[in-house]
Design a protein around this ligand. Structure first.
Ligand code: 13P
Ligand code: ZN
Length: 271
């Protein structure tokens, strides 16, 4: 058996959480990541027959029965993942009944997966229905995105339009726009179901006055989506209180989307 500390999926989580922490997106235990794993990715590193603990999910995830995920731990600090992945991360398998998580590795201090596991697993189910290649769900609290939530209308069309206006490449990176949920109690099945519903149409969902969710095929794609929104939000927050002398026009955004061949939310432009 190979040492799981050398597994690419552990290295990827260590590097990503460190990067997100460094960018200020994940204060204290803020944020969580789940990444779907193929059985053959894990096989050389873990004994699949050795279940360390069984954890009740508190919701039903039958379509994910047997699927494996590496998930950040609840209450764990992103800044600590790099040095101690075995305490701060876990590999879980969804049980055959879709109602339990079988712990195969990690959470070695008795911990458990993120409190946002309902949102993560429900989002994986929703995204896999849209894109069978989807593997990553990421949640964090990026500073400028969050700041923008307090001064900008929390309306999907208006928020997406403002973000698209802030960087030339925004409409190309997230042509599907940004979904928005109002403030809701986090860690619940309700916010999980609402997030998953939004992720059928978007790869990004803002949780009003809380943070953001991103979903993608790879860690890079998902990280890049959130990074691009955060950059646009930063430019908005740096300029919103100043007289606007120039702006990217809607016809120019249309030109961009057509040139790069992306399927964009035409109803989010005012043409
Ligand atoms: P966890 O520590 O349980 O992952 O919660 C962090 C968070 O961001 C809640 O929304
Ligand atoms: Zn959060």
């Amino acid at each position: 058996m190979n040492n799981i500390m050398d597994a690419p999926f552990v290295t990827e989580m260590r590097r990503t959480t460190a990067n997100m922490y460094r960018l200020g997106w994940d204060e204290r235990n803020g944020g969580n990541i789940s990444r779907l794993l193929d059985e053959n990715e894990v096989a050389g590193y873990l004994d699949m027959n050795q279940v360390l603990r069984e954890l009740p999910l508190g919701f039903e995830a039958k379509p994910l029965a047997g699927r494996l995920f590496i998930v950040t731990g609840s209450g764990k600090y992103f800044k600590n993942v790099e040095d101690d992945p075995e305490t701060n991360l876990g590999v879980i398998r969804v049980g055959a009944d879709g109602r339990t998580a079988q712990l195969l590795w990690g959470y070695q201090d008795g911990g458990r997966p993120t409190s946002e596991l309902p949102a993560h697993l429900m989002s994986h189910m929703a995204r896999l229905g849209v894109d069978p290649e989807n593997r990553v769900v990421m949640h964090c609290h990026p500073t400028h995105t969050l700041a923008m939530n307090f001064v900008h209308e929390l309306d999907e069309k208006k928020l997406t339009h403002t973000l698209w206006e802030m960087c030339t490449e925004c409409i190309v990176v997230f042509p599907d726009g940004v979904g928005v949920l109002p403030w809701m109690l986090c860690g619940t099945n309700e916010i999980g179901a609402a997030t998953a519903e939004k992720l059928k149409a978007f790869r990004l969902v803002v949780w009003g006055m809380h943070g953001i969710y991103g979903a993608g095929k790879t860690m890079d794609e998902t990280f890049g989506l959130i990074e691009t929104v955060e950059k646009a939000a930063q430019i908005y927050m740096l300029t919103a209180h100043l007289p606007r002398l120039n702006t990217i026009q809607d016809r120019e955004m249309k030109e961009l989307a057509e040139f790069f061949g992306v399927n964009y939310r035409k109803d989010f432009l005012n043409l």
